[in-house]
Write a protein that binds this ligand. Structure first.
Ligand code: WT7
Length: 674
């Protein structure tokens, strides 16, 4: 979203009347987590002014501890030391599985909706415990113990959930790799985490097609000599799958030998629970580290208070366990509350545009959580499908990953929610572990397009990026930061605390810097504007421009390149690459230009994943640069968006003549006029 647009939206917000949670919401579920806005205000105030008291009580209410904690909150953002619940001991798997396997063993925990509509599987809490223990038995026999990293490269199947929980049970640190990632990205993540064990499957099923999970992993592992063991779940049972003797074993064969119960390992609250890689503006992806106690509390509390999830609820988070949304709201959040979670393997368009709605009707889902990009697609092409299904069980509709345009919000509220649901735009990040800014069900009135008010313990501030000063009061804009740590905040970047400090704590000393721009309107509501760094958000997937740039640069024909994100109606943002060739004549005729573009796009698909492939590749003579040689992506972005007028200051440019060339190239090759 550009600045002007945000300004307009925040300005228009003056006329938007906040809407209370519809009364139908509580007709469906009369138990109230919170009664009203005053409830929120009182609790929020306490969470900021007396975090020890507030979160100490919450930690006792939401989690089961093996040993009580001695301190609730310790350290400071200034020192870069963050700890919560020191001295406390607990196990995340016990909290998400055993507790409910003991109290409500037959209650459904996981509902599997496979790519093929006919295939469905349910696991009760008791069955989940059994499966988790069996797998933990295999891992333990392989020598996996507390603190070891285990990579999980699995699509959205119950096995992914079982794998994460089995690691948590042993105190091993899981590192999920999104199943859409290709060899280069897989290798990099396994290598960086120094994982010796990988959990995967033979093949995946998605949108009616087979994905070659094990084959991609095999290629990635050619350059990961430290991986000792790979456990392969037979999803399709294709006998052709290549297995490496002494390294690769089949999941179904191995688990047979192990008992249905092994005890959980008691962990310190600050022991890492998982690593999840995320893209930043510079360098390789960062392995964001989340710790057991604080993360789990954040997951449980936000799932309860933002969405109002109760034990009898059925959550459909249409994300992927390869991203943080899947970690927190497909796995840890719902299971920590004893609710049921729907794990969906497929895509919203297969076998037709009614798939999401069919899943909701069939399973009587109470909560639906998705990225605006899917809503835009469904609004555009799937309206006819919606009315075929009964969606009346829904109580909460969530949105995540990118700003939701007010008209999409309205559409969601009307067509999917029939004005009977709590509609929650949730702003957060991989690093935050759980919601940072989101309306709490029943308490915080909503405004279409606004993430609304900060969650408990999140002391949100808006900083003027030029002066570095905090913008007090309402009706202000700037960059979004947080004044103090909150329980589920990431603690570090795996084996590189300096990177953590540099990216998040040093830009504004004493504050956590989100990387996003935001406005706060006259009601104190937050409107998120999007990244202020070089991170691109395509369909809710966060991509770093530098990662794509280095893949393109690896092609021998490329001498230099710059990747930018520009607005896109369907995917939110789209990736555009400006590429300078070593031999500019390669692109002289249409055919070779076409072939080159295809080749470059393919390299990105193969190395990072299909979703990162540039939508357009523009061949340029030169890239705009500063005197110190830094590429000025802002200029490329503006020209590609047809906003060359708004380029602004070019006085720091060493080659101002490039702008005209760029404008021409963009017009000829991309069809955008300036
Ligand atoms: C970035 C984080 C949060 C889980 C999925 C993405 C953008 C996220 C919103 C929202 C506007 C949003 C931000 C943020 N973002 N949610 N509701 N409104 N922008 O996690 O990959 O770590 O990306 O996504 O730019 O910094 P992620």
């Amino acid at each position: 979203m550009d600045e002007q647009k945000l300004h307009q939206i925040v300005h228009e917000a003056d006329n938007v009347v906040p809407r209370p949670t519809p009364k139908e919401f509580y007709e469906k579920q009369p138990r109230k987590s919170l009664q009203n806005l005053d409830d929120y205000k009182r609790m929020y105030k306490e969470s900021i002014e007396q975090p020890e008291k507030f979160f100490g009580e919450m930690a006792h209410r939401f989690l089961s501890w093996d040993r009580d904690f001695d301190h609730v909150k310790w350290g400071s953002l200034k020192e870069g030391v963050i700890s919560w619940f020191l001295g406390g001991k607990l196990n995340a798997c016990y909290n998400c599985v055993d507790r409910f396997a003991l109290s409500t063993p037959d209650k459904t925990a996981v509902i599997f909706e496979a790519d093929d509509e006919g295939e469905c599987r349910k696991l009760s809490y008791q069955q989940l415990l059994f499966e988790v223990c069996k797998l933990a038995g295999v891992l333990r026999s392989w020598g996996v113990k507390k603190g070891d990293r285990v990579a999980i490269y699995l699509p959205m199947t119950p096995e992914a959930v079982i794998a994460m929980l089995a690691c948590a049970r042993l105190g091993a640190v899981h590192s999920c790799i999104f199943a859409g990632f290709s060899t280069g990205a897989i290798r990099e993540r396994i290598f960086d985490a120094d994982a010796k064990v990988v959990l995967t499957c033979d093949e995946g099923k998605r949108g009616g097609r087979i994905t070659h999970t094990k084959e991609l992993l095999n290629k990635a592992l050619e350059n990961c000599p430290d991986v000792e063991k790979v456990l392969v779940y037979k999803r399709t049972g294709n006998p052709e799958i290549e297995m490496v003797e002494g390294r690769d074993y089949f999941w179904q064969d191995e688990v047979r030998e192990y008992p249905g119960y092994i005890p959980p390992v008691s962990m310190d609250a600050e022991d890492p629970l998982f690593i999840l890689y995320t893209s930043g503006s510079t360098g390789t992806p960062k392995g964001v580290v989340h710790c057991t106690g604080g993360y789990l509390l954040g997951a449980a509390m936000t799932t309860r208070y933002v969405f109002d999830v109760q034990p009898e609820d059925i959550l459909f988070t249409a994300g992927d366990v390869g991203w943080i949304t899947g970690h927190t709201y497909s796995v840890y959040g719902p299971l920590a509350l004893g609710a049921a979670t729907i794990i969906f393997e497929g895509t919203p368009a297969y076998p037709n545009m009614g798939r999401f709605w069919k899943i909701i009707e069939k399973n009587k889902a109470t909560h639906f959580y998705v990225a605006p990009t899917a809503l835009r697609m469904l609004k555009k092409s799937g309206e006819a499908e919606i009315s075929k299904y009964d969606l009346s069980t829904l109580r909460t509709l969530g949105s995540v990953g990118e700003p939701i345009a007010p008209q999409i919000w309205e559409w969601y509220d009307e067509k999917i929610g029939h004005h009977c649901c709590h509609v929650a735009d949730t702003y957060w990040q991989t690093e935050s572990g759980s919601h940072l800014i989101a309306p709490l069900a029943g308490a915080v009135p909503t405004k279409p397009g606004a993430a609304t008010l900060p969650f408990f313990g999140v002391d949100a501030v808006i900083i003027d990026p030029t002066s570095g000063k905090i913008q007090e009061g309402n009706d202000v804009e700037g960059v979004l930061a947080v004044r103090s740590s909150w329980p589920s905040m990431a603690r570090t970047v795996y084996h590189c605390h300096q990177r953590f400090l540099n990216a998040y704590l040093r830009p504004y000393p004493g504050y956590y810097f989100t990387g996003d721009g935001a406005g706060r309107d006259h009601d104190g509501y937050y409107w998120i504007k999007g990244r202020v760094d070089d991170v691109v958000n395509v369909s809710g997937h966060r991509l770093s421009t530098s990662e794509i740039e280095s893949v393109l640069l690896a092609n021998k024909k490329v001498s230099e390149d710059a990747v930018v994100g520009i607005s896109d109606d369907l995917t939110g943002q789209a990736v555009i690459a400006a590429v300078q060739l070593k031999d500019p004549h390669i692109a002289d005729d249409e055919d070779s230009l076409l072939a080159l573009r295809k080749e470059l796009r393919m390299t990105v698909r193969k190395s990072i994943g299909p979703f990162a492939a540039p939508k357009s590749i523009i061949i340029v003579h030169d890239l705009p640069k500063t005197r110190s040689g830094k590429i000025m992506r802002r200029i490329i972005r503006k020209v590609c968006s047809g906003e060359a007028n708004g380029i602004g200051d070019t006085s720091t440019m060493i080659n101002p003549e490039v702008v005209d060339h760029l404008i021409k190239a963009v017009e000829q090759q991309f069809g955008v006029k300036n």
